[in-house]
Design a protein around this ligand. Structure first.
Ligand SMILES: Cc1cc2nc3c(=O)[nH]c(=O)nc-3n(C[C@H](O)[C@H](O)[C@H](O)COP(=O)(O)OP(=O)(O)OC[C@H]3O[C@@H](n4cnc5c(N)ncnc54)[C@H](O)[C@@H]3O)c2cc1C
Length: 446
């Protein structure tokens, strides 16, 4: 039966969800707090570009958008490490031919909105969700331009309004036993741009995700189609080396010259950018329940905001949409069953990727420059090459194996890690790591 569905938020996940639902024949309306990013330059919020990997692509594939997005994406085949002593190293992400994709958040969102329009979905802009009347299943919006208020009644409401979801807050305020946990890491982030060279050329290796690991903090850079790179400095809020202490142009210049010397000549207006661009915080949100009867569900960051160190927040939200759609395919009109199963399947996966994302922060900023860690990764890559079904490195499970659930990847990854911890203690591992017998004995432990 055709349902009237209201989605709060036309971000990446809300827009994709609307297309899946419309393709199933439902009448979908989206209400978005901001203006239409296709008509005027709207502050995109958060990162300018994102890493799209196989889970996200699979979800886009199902609505026929993956090829179009691949055309505007830049493949990144591995991590390009910039050490403090000026040396560099390239670490491939997976097997030959596996890569993640740098894609513009704005362009991706616009393409999703365009496709939503083609599917007959109405998007109402400048409409901010204020409250939800749970008895009537009615969402109240205020128009941020003219102050008009609208109450929208529908059969099903989806809260796709991001990490600070108003829909989720309404649920929390009006329902007993709503579990809510949010926490911030002690690092914030600031974006900086490396412009393209004089002829539009890339001033760093184009097809890589660049990392300057510095133990307590790091800088990363992702390529953009116009030849520029968007850098993100993940840095403590307070302490000796912190945003709080970089208060003058002199301090910023000295810090960058000492810590990221190869970056300084690439950003001529470093200080201007540094003092203009904001410092943003990084939150993890876990909550439960995500659904209410057959009438309401949280999806995307509204259900599970995570830190960006696995490059999975959007990918996970896109996967939510794909799984929900599969459940609609299986259970048709039984929305109670669909939402119940959606929550049962996705909540453990949201929790798992949240935990893995936190762990990956340490790996990226601290370990990518550590020779012992690099040897471990080399051994794991060889194991994967020799025994592709038995040993899949955790990163590959998350990034290149969209049919392995995040919760399964976490569990298998932990088991593999504990085996590797023992292997790395073996005397002479540096020389015998590639021996048949050793590799075989590792696999026997799985
Ligand atoms: C620095 C950084 C880097 C990241 N990099 C990656 C990456 O490489 N790969 C990856 O997969 N993920 C990445 N992420 C995560 C990714 O950005 C999010 O997971 C993704 O944007 C979630 O999409 P969403 O639609 O759920 O939420 P959002 O993108 O936040 O969209 C929510 C929408 O709801 C609207 N809204 C909010 N409140 C209201 C309201 N009250 N009423 C109406 N509308 C409202 C907002 O305006 C917005 O349009 C990164 C995040 C950060 C912070």
């Amino acid at each position: 039966m055709k349902k009237e569905i209201t989605i709060v938020g036309a971000g990446l996940v809300g827009s994709l969800l609307s297309i899946y639902l419309a393709k199933r024949g439902h009448k979908v309306r989206i209400y978005e707090r901001r203006g239409d990013m296709r008509r005027a330059k709207v502050e995109a919020g958060r990162s300018i570009n994102l890493a799209l990997s196989d889970r996200g692509l699979l979800a886009l594939e199902k609505i026929g958008l993956a090829d179009e997005i691949r055309k505007i994406a830049i493949p990144m085949h591995g991590r390009f490490i910039h050490n403090l002593d000026g040396t560099t190293a390239f670490q491939p992400y997976g097997k030959e031919g596996q890569y993640i994709n740098a894609v513009s958040r704005g362009e991706l969102n616009k393409k999703l909105m365009d496709l939503a329009g083609e599917e007959g979905i109405e998007i109402f802009f400048h409409e901010k969700c204020l409250h939800i009347n749970w008895k009537e299943n009615e969402v109240g919006f205020i128009n941020t331009k003219n102050g008009d208020t609208t109450d929208v009644k529908s059969d099903i409401i989806f809260g796709a309004d991001g990490a600070f979801s108003a829909a989720r807050l309404q649920y929390q305020l009006n329902h007993d036993r709503f579990d809510y946990h949010q926490f911030y890491i002690d690092c914030g982030y600031k974006e900086l741009t490396i412009p393209a060279g004089p002829d539009g050329e890339f001033l760093l290796e184009k097809n890589a995700l660049h990392i300057w690991p510095r133990k307590e903090y790091m800088l990363i850079a992702l390529p953009n189609p116009d030849g520029s790179f968007t850098c993100t400095l993940f840095f403590p809020f307070s302490g000796e080396q912190s945003f709080e202490n970089l208060t003058t142009e002199e301090k910023v210049t000295t810090f960058f010259e000492k810590t990221f010397p190869d970056i300084v000549p690439l950003i001529p207006d470093l200080n201007k950018q540094f003092f203009h661009n904001p410092v943003s915080s990084l939150v993890t949100v876990k909550c439960f329940p995500w659904i209410r009867e057959d009438k309401f569900a949280l999806i995307g960051d509204a259900a599970h905001a995570i830190v960006p160190f696995f490059g999975q927040g959007m990918n996970c939200g896109f996967e939510d949409c794909r799984i929900l759609d599969e459940l609609i395919g299986q259970h048709g009109d039984d929305w109670k069953m669909i939402l119940q199963k959606y929550q049962t399947l996705r909540k453990p996966d949201g929790d798992a990727i949240a935990d893995m994302a936190i762990n990956n922060f340490t790996e990226m900023r601290d370990k990518t420059a550590d020779p012992k860690f690099l040897l471990q990764k080399k051994i794991e890559a060889r194991l994967h090459e020799k025994y592709p079904d038995k040993w899949i490195p955790a990163y590959s499970q998350v990034t290149f194996s969209p049919h392995i659930r995040y919760s399964e990847a976490l569990e298998r990854g932990q088991k593999q890690e504990s085996i590797m911890q023992e292997v790395m203690k073996l005397v002479g591992i540096e020389t015998k790591w590639d021996e048949e017998e050793l590799l075989g004995s590792i696999i026997d432990k799985i």
